[in-house]
Ligand binder design. Structure first.
Ligand SMILES: Cc1cc2nc3c(=O)[nH]c(=O)nc-3n(C[C@H](O)[C@H](O)[C@H](O)COP(=O)(O)OP(=O)(O)OC[C@H]3O[C@@H](n4cnc5c(N)ncnc54)[C@H](O)[C@@H]3O)c2cc1C
Length: 412
């Protein structure tokens, strides 16, 4: 329908953003045969500042969508690097490997982690969105939101052919840390105790990359880590992040710390001696799940980074975001069937998206309270205890089993 200069689209459900959270929500809505509109400001393939590390939550959600998908993703050897685990480097300079090599008889010989540039991975998901149930519009940025007296959303967007008006009954805000829906709700205010400042820089030619991700805890810099994640073609994603309140308290400059580690740290610098940066370091923020944000209300849901769902101890938000996409789609499908988008339909949504992160949130809170010396000691001594490596090897097959066999249960 056309009105004046701008096109008007009517939809029950509008998803804003087609990153991992929004794309997953759309893919499951289509699977559940629920019509919806999904708009994305960028055009795929597009970059997103990230570590590019994918965990078993990602594999689990992909498998729930289509059992072939995890293997299809891994088969793209020119874009995806399988990793058998992580190498942790303690503040004391000792390195400890947490790796698992599946045995031939293992039913799921899938890597525990795998790395793929977001330029590739997000496109892998987005390319699967178009369906008879999904109206997918790229290069369409939501500019403003308003409610009608009847409780519908009036959405002003800018599309490739000019302004666009959307009238929707339900909004799913999957538009990341700078979410337009969060801003409309007035709840985007950053709490620095639950937010991390981060940098990413792609490199080529770093010495000694292996079949693992590397996480380095620099001495005297608690609640921060430097990472090197291996990518195909001799490239690596290198980054550094720190909880924002500590950055501010100690007046650290993240870019200076990052540069100093690469240029002078005795363990890191030699590995970069013959390496070449492929870009300037790019900054981005991480909304941590330790701050629980209201993620549902009358006619709206938040997903992924918009819902502050980044794991506070690891910085991972792709898997948790995709999990929220899966959960949101199932709540939305029920609401669509009932023709009711009131908050009552989504009462348990918040609990469902946060409950899988409870242990990490508890650990993060404990770590945040530790004095620097205790923190460094815990990582230097604790991480090296053989108990933890043995436990890791024991748990790995169970994690794989969960990812590849267990249904994702939702309590509505
Ligand atoms: C340095 C760094 C390293 C990280 N490393 C990892 C890692 O290794 N593993 C991991 O799991 N996580 C990692 N994360 C976290 C991860 O990047 C995010 O948690 C993840 O991208 C969240 O996905 P999302 O779909 O919720 O949001 P996003 O990926 O941010 O996607 C939001 C989408 O919404 C679109 N959009 C925004 N505004 C609008 C609008 N107004 N209208 C329409 N569309 C809009 C954007 O273009 C974007 O495509 C890292 C983050 C950083 C910054």
């Amino acid at each position: 329908m056309r009105s004046g200069m701008s096109q008007i689209i009517h939809t029950d459900i509008l998803i804003i953003g087609a990153g991992p959270s929004g794309a997953t929500c759309s893919l499951f809505l289509s699977k559940l045969k629920v019509p919806h509109l999904i708009v994305e400001a960028a055009k795929f393939p597009r970059d997103k500042v990230c570590g590019d590390g994918l965990d078993l939550k990602v594999a689990r959600v992909l498998r729930a969508l289509d059992p072939e998908l995890p293997d299809q993703l891994l088969a793209q050897a020119d874009a995806v690097t399988p990793c058998r685990g992580a190498r942790l480097i303690t503040p004391g300079g000792r390195s400890v490997d947490f790796k698992y090599y599946p045995k031939p008889e293992d039913p799921h010989p899938f890597p525990l982690l795998y790395c793929a540039k977001r330029l590739f991975f997000d496109n892998f998901l987005a390319a699967r969105i178009p369906s008879p149930y999904a109206d997918f519009r790229q290069e369409t940025a939501v500019k403003s939101l308003a409610r009608t007296p009847e409780g519908h959303w009036l959405v002003e967007a800018e599309g490739p052919d000019g302004p666009l008006q959307i009238q929707a009954k339900m909004l799913a805000g999957a538009d990341g840390d700078h979410s337009v829906l969060l801003r409309h709700l007035g709840t985007r205010k950053i709490d620095r105790n639950h937010y991390a400042g981060t940098l990413r820089q792609y490199w080529k030619g770093i010495q000694g990359l292996g079949d693992h991700i590397e996480i380095y805890f620099p001495k005297g810099l608690p609640m921060s880590y430097f990472y090197i994640f291996p990518l195909p073609n001799g490239e690596a994603n290198v980054g550094y992040g720190m909880v924002s309140s500590l950055l501010a308290q100690k007046q650290h400059n993240l870019r200076d710390l990052f540069k100093k580690l690469i240029e002078t740290d005795p363990l890191i610098a030699p590995r970069f001696a013959a390496a070449e940066p492929l870009e300037k370091p790019i900054g981005w923020g991480l909304p941590l799940a330790s701050r629980r944000r209201p993620a549902s209300g009358e006619g709206w849901l938040l997903l992924g980074d918009a819902a502050s769902l980044v794991c506070p101890t690891s910085g991972e938000g792709i898997g948790t975001g995709m999990m929220s996409g899966y959960i949101a789609a199932h709540f939305l499908a029920r609401a669509y069937q009932a023709g009711d988008y009131s908050h009552a339909q989504f009462r348990n949504y918040d609990k469902e998206i946060y409950r899988r992160l409870e242990e990490e949130i508890r650990l993060f809170r404990i770590m945040m309270r530790m004095p620097v010396g205790v923190y460094d000691w815990m990582l230097s001594v604790g991480v090296r205890m053989p108990f933890f490596q043995k436990r890791f090897v024991k748990l790995a097959p169970k994690w794989l089993q969960t990812a590849f066999e267990k249904e994702i249960a939702i309590a509505f």
